[in-house]
Design a protein around this ligand. Sequence first.
Ligand SMILES: [Cu+2]
Length: 322
Amino acid sequence: MNGAPYGRWLPWNASEHGGQIDSLIDVIHWFMLILFVGWGIFFVYCLVRFRQKPGRNAAYELPKGAASKYAEVGVAIFEGFLLFGLSVPLWSRYKTAPPPPEKRMDVTAIGEQFAWNFHYPGKDGKYGRLDPTLISSSNLLGLDKDGDPAAEDDIVSPELHVPLNQDVYVRIRSKDVIHSFAIPAMRVKQDAVPGMEVPVWFKPTRSSDEFREAMAREYSLDQPTPLFNKKKAGLILMEDYPASGEPVAHKGDALVNATVEKLLAAGIKTVRAAPRATMEVVCAQLCGMNHYSMKAPLFVDTPEQFEAWKTAQSAEIEIDLE
Ligand SMILES: [Cu+2]
């Protein structure tokens, strides 16, 4: 990881195709700058050249010349080329070639006012049945755990976990109004439309660990910052403490109350830590009063971290059922 997280005025890019989007943004901005300066110069030229003078009357007829006609036809052809020569083929190539099912990680993202929830098919690779009549505060998606065997191993999570360097295939749905599933760091954005299931796909090429390394800094253990929530684990440790001898806290531990107490008891007052979530899924469609708060943390895990997370999720489900 080199450079500032938010270099070039863009969020960092963590996906395989993101570089192409950034190049397109660059090209369009340079092109618009050239047009802006060109038109600006022409505008000022016209103001000076055709300004009011004694003995000169305004002409109301349009100029009739071949030059302007050729220029207009030329611009139309160029714009047609941009649309049908570049945009349409690129769009169809990207939108009609999803990664094959055996190579991708499948997940469904369901938007509601005002949260995202993620439904993983579990070990069997099959999504369990969702039944709107089963929706409750403890079963947010209405997953039919008793009626459908395919639902037994499914995972429902308010966090999106994806594996590093593997294609991710997301089916996007909505429970109520139109939302927009957006991951700035992955250069992905797609509307979530009630009654429809719209897929998007991307391949994460940089892990959360990498971004944590870039964002790590010293925190004093009694310092209040919004990230340093001792109950909710906004921060995680980037090193073992103490560095020598038997560590009381390990790299990767969440900075929650229990960890902080252990560290203070060992005489440690400052630690190097980083945000637990370095990327997020947001809603990019004004969907109601609390639209601004509609976001979910995104984690790009190494294959081992991803397996460990899935195992922990399945364990939690079993406890819930007892
Ligand atoms: Cu929304």
